[in-house]
Design a protein around this ligand. Structure first.
Ligand SMILES: Nc1ncnc2c1ncn2[C@@H]1O[C@H](COP(=O)(O)OP(=O)(O)OP(=O)(O)O)[C@@H](O)[C@H]1O
Ligand SMILES: [Mg+2]
Length: 209
């Protein structure tokens, strides 16, 4: 695509989004993953640092709604992931939880090790969601998308992006929710660098000599 066409498209999306700044953040993230794969640099990182950062960013939002943000992640809980992606993953899930939790509610994060993965749990006491919404959560739903734009809600690409990031990092995401009671998002990330993973970065170079 020509630069001018890209610019035009960006402006269009920008104008049509109801949450312009959030939308631009998404686009930057998306472009980064899609076209700048060299920017993907997973490493062993300390989970609690990123949770603290997200809580710091969102604490005002949460306290305006008197929602309690809480985590039980211990120091030295290490995951193998891209730092920016991890930040975006946590930020998206927690900000959704704040959006969909009534004042006085609680959001808590915990984790446990399962084989070679860390399972992170983000639980809220919010409005929950129907089975139907749960099914469509991580898939692009154009109709839902446009309806949401009209009704001034989110663009509905947050979780799509989160899923993409997690897959890129070798993880997964799923949700459990009961309407009226709350939602729990789970995601996994590798504890360490995958060994002998046949991907583009480990093309085998055979030494002929
Ligand atoms: N913690 C939650 N509790 C209840 N519903 C949720 C929760 N998280 C997500 N949802 C539902 O899933 C939908 C999709 O979430 P997603 O983050 O993909 O989009 P969005 O928040 O609507 O918009 P965007 O993130 O693009 O601003 C939400 O609109 C909401 O209906
Ligand atoms: Mg969202």
């Amino acid at each position: 695509m020509e630069a001018s066409a890209v610019k035009e498209m960006l402006e269009l999306i920008y104008k049509s989004s109801t949450d312009e700044l959030e939308m631009l953040d998404y686009l930057v993230d998306w472009a980064r993953i899609k076209y700048a794969s060299e920017a993907f640099s997973p490493a062993k990182i300390e989970l609690v640092k990123y949770i603290d950062k997200v809580f710091e960013t969102l604490k005002e939002n949460a306290s305006l709604k008197t929602i309690n943000l809480h985590h039980e992640i211990e120091e030295n809980t290490i995951v193998f992931a891209d730092k920016k992606m991890l930040l975006s993953i946590i930020q998206n899930i927690v900000s959704n939880a704040i959006k969909h939790t009534e004042p006085g509610g609680k959001i808590s994060i915990s984790s446990k090790i399962n084989e070679d993965k860390l399972v992170v749990q983000i639980k809220d006491t919010g409005i929950g969601m129907s089975k139907d919404i749960q099914k469509k959560l991580f898939t692009p739903q154009v109709k839902v998308l446009s309806e949401k734009r009209e009704s001034n809600k989110g663009a509905g690409i947050g979780l799509l992006l989160v899923k993409g990031f997690l897959e890129k990092c070798g993880g997964e995401i799923w949700v459990e929710s009961i309407e009226g009671q709350g939602s729990t998002f789970y995601f996994t990330l590798p504890l360490d660098k995958p060994e002998n993973k046949p991907d583009e970065s480990s093309t085998i170079v055979v030494d002929e000599k």
